[in-house]
Design a protein around this ligand. Structure first.
Ligand code: ATP
Ligand code: ZN
Length: 297
């Protein structure tokens, strides 16, 4: 008997994207059971198998059809896939996933008299992202020596291996700790879901649509809040305009309080304290803001 088709997803085995990738599946209601040597996992309640690999291998595995989907940083996707290569070997971005945010940045020693990107002319720049860096240098008409290093790039200037670095940055604290100053952004990146170029069998395509619907629901829920408050009936329009991304509110009369109503709505964005103050000033009281677990529109 042939096995029913399953979706195959590659994600990072251990690293910065591993926990958020697992959390996304978990919040999508997908339970994983580890396979042998923790190199793979199978969902017990969804037709999905997960390959756990180094992030650098993910774009190629997806391009080669070893798996149907992958979760990887845009930086790795851009670095691994040759923009001049055949279209069939370029995985497509299906969703931005909203985690793993970082930037690939150029940084120079704090003491350097940096006056603009021309500073890099004729200098040595250490990086693990030679393709992205070379594209950036070419675009800016700067000719420099790219020194490829596979890790701990930030130490290169102290070791005398390079004059500057081009490295991933989230907060900038690693650069600062190494006496470096961020001066240019080469690219900004977040984790993305990628898909190969080849068509999926019809049944698997249906599972992919369901998976995307769940991912969208999780991401929308993470951005959204459910907001409830009591308010003067005549302030409903004002209040609706004050809450960012608020959909049509449900208005319920309050028993024994003529002129005041209860207002319930989904807010498409986080509700910050500034908004709460404005709502109070508009006459709202008992304002509750609640996290949402799942949404399907
Ligand atoms: P692997 O062993 O899988 O090759 P790695 O060491 O290459 O792992 P990580 O350091 O785990 O990779 O980073 C994975 C991805 O996380 C990066 O490619 C990038 O997209 C993202 N990321 C987010 N913030 C940062 C950061 N501050 N520094 C580095 N990467 C970050
Ligand atoms: Zn890697």
């Amino acid at each position: 008997m042939t096995q029913p088709p399953r979706l195959r997803l590659a994600m990072q085995k251990s690293g910065r994207l591993s926990d958020p990738s697992r959390r996304l599946l978990e919040r999508s209601g997908i339970e994983l059971q580890s396979g042998g040597q923790r190199l793979s996992a199978s969902a017990t309640n969804f037709p999905l198998d997960v390959m756990l690999v180094r992030d650098d291998d993910i774009p190629r595995f997806v391009a080669q059809g070893v798996c149907d989907l992958g979760i990887v940083g845009q930086n790795v996707l851009l670095e691994t896939i040759d923009p001049a290569g055949p279209a069939a070997q370029k995985p497509q971005v299906v969703r931005k996933l909203g985690f793993g945010n970082c930037r690939l940045a150029l940084a120079v020693p704090v003491a350097a008299a940096y006056e603009g990107v021309g500073w890099f002319r004729g200098r040595r720049i250490a990086t693990s992202y030679p393709r992205c860096l070379e594209q950036y240098l070419a675009k800016n008409e700067v000719s420099a020596t790219v020194v490829e290093i596979s890790g701990a790039v930030e130490g290169a200037p102290v070791l005398g291996v390079a004059d500057a670095v081009c490295d991933l940055v989230a907060t900038g604290s690693t650069l600062r700790a190494n006496g470096l100053r961020e001066v240019e952004t080469v690219l900004t990146s977040e984790a993305v879901l990628i898909q190969g170029d080849r068509a999926l069998p019809a049944a698997t395509q249906v599972y992919l649509q369901q998976l995307l619907e769940r991912f969208d629901g999780v991401m929308k829920a993470a951005r959204s809040k459910y907001i409830m408050m009591n308010a003067p009936a005549e302030a409903v329009d004002l209040i609706t305009s004050l809450v960012p991304g608020m959909e049509e509110p449900t208005i319920v009369p309050l028993h024994g309080k003529s002129g005041r109503v209860a207002l319930h709505a989904v807010a498409g964005e986080n509700v910050f304290w500034e908004t709460m103050h404005k709502l109070k000033a508009a006459g709202a009281s008992s304002i509750l803001v609640v996290d949402i677990e799942k949404i399907i529109a």
